[in-house]
Ligand binder design. Structure first.
Ligand code: X2X
Length: 333
């Protein structure tokens, strides 16, 4: 419980305890970490969800949201979530795969034709098999993922038109075996760097390129340190909302329901926000100086196929999860 102390002429006065008009301190004070600044739909919708939860629970649970990796990089925050120092965290499934390997499955190159296929898979059988694996790692995954989006390649050096343009490209990828494997198969020289160090890595020339959805390029102001944006749509990425299982199980069932209902609402609202945003952002990013092109994805995908990328990851993910994925996407190998 917080105390408000003021000194007046050397006398300490204890102000009455005030917390948004509520008489009692919360029974549960939980932390929620994520990697985006306010302004990104995920940040805005998660904060709204936390506010609704405080209200609907009559202040029994207070969720303090820490945006912009304030508590540490994504990799660090995953460790804090596991230890219970952080109770809620939205993390890319593909990064979560360092702990739960099958969670990278939504990142398989060129798997989904569009968002309707994404949600069919991730709200359906593919998501169910990932959530079961997450539970085995003693984390609770909420049913609906938040959108990050289809990823595009930006560079400071040149537009990516053909597979040849990828050869030797020094590109930042998030910390995850699937990302490294895929960008090695594509012939680039990938470097694993957490999101909170990406801007600086591009600015200082540690890498020349990165890949992210347009909304993330925009919120990270990457146009300040990049010149080209090639619309490759090479993979889809989204965030699981995770809770430490001990922290989650400590909540009485009525509070669990309030939390789950409201963050599911946040996820659905965030998906709708991003659908609008990503279709409008190209113009805004062009005004910020990014030059766009639309490469043919077919030859890029063919490089992955002939490098054995699909067969390799089919074996790693196993027949059940891969079968569920191909049930939505059609045959990928
Ligand atoms: O690290 C990234 O590139 C980001 C922001 O897209 C993720 O969280 C996966």
């Amino acid at each position: 419980r917080r105390q408000f102390l003021a000194t007046t002429g050397g006398v300490m006065l204890a102000a009455p305890f005030i917390m948004s008009g509520r008489a009692n301190a919360a029974e549960f004070n939980y932390k929620f970490a994520h990697n985006f600044p306010l302004g990104h739909p995920l940040a805005n919708r998660v904060q709204e969800g936390a506010d609704r939860i405080a209200e609907q629970s009559d202040g029994r649970i207070n969720i303090a949201v820490f945006p912009s990796n304030q508590l540490g990089s994504d990799t660090d925050t995953l460790n804090q979530l596991r230890s219970g120092a952080v109770e809620f965290f939205t993390l890319s499934g593909i990064i979560l795969s360092t702990l739960v390997p099958v969670a990278a499955i939504n990142g398989v190159g060129f798997a989904f034709a569009d968002h309707s296929k994404v949600w069919e898979a991730m709200d359906g059988a593919v998501g169910a098999s990932v959530r079961a694996a997450i539970a085995e790692a003693r984390l609770h995954a909420f049913p609906h993922m938040f959108d990050n989006g289809f990823r595009q390649i930006t560079t400071s050096t040149k537009a990516i038109e053909t597979p040849d343009d990828l050869k030797g490209l020094k590109i930042r990828v998030p910390v995850s075996p699937l990302w490294t494997s895929m960008f090695q198969a594509l012939g680039t020289a990938p470097a694993s760097i957490n999101w909170n160090e990406t801007y600086t890595a591009l600015q200082t020339g540690v890498v020349d390129a990165q890949e992210n959805p347009l909304s993330t390029v925009d919120v990270g102001k990457l146009y300040e340190v990049q010149n080209y944006c090639s619309l490759t749509n090479h993979m889809w990425d989204g965030f699981w909302l995770l809770s430490n299982a001990r922290s989650w199980n400590a909540l009485p069932e009525d509070l669990q329901q309030i939390v789950e209902r409201n963050f599911s609402q946040s996820a659905m609202d965030e998906r709708a926000d991003l659908a609008v945003l990503n279709s409008n952002l190209r113009t805004g990013l062009e005004e910020h100086g990014l030059a766009f092109n639309e490469p043919d994805p077919a030859p890029i995908r063919e490089v992955l196929r002939s490098a054995g990328f699909y067969k390799e990851w089919q074996a790693k993910f196993g027949d059940e999860a891969w079968g569920a994925l191909e049930g939505v996407t059609g045959q990928l190998t």
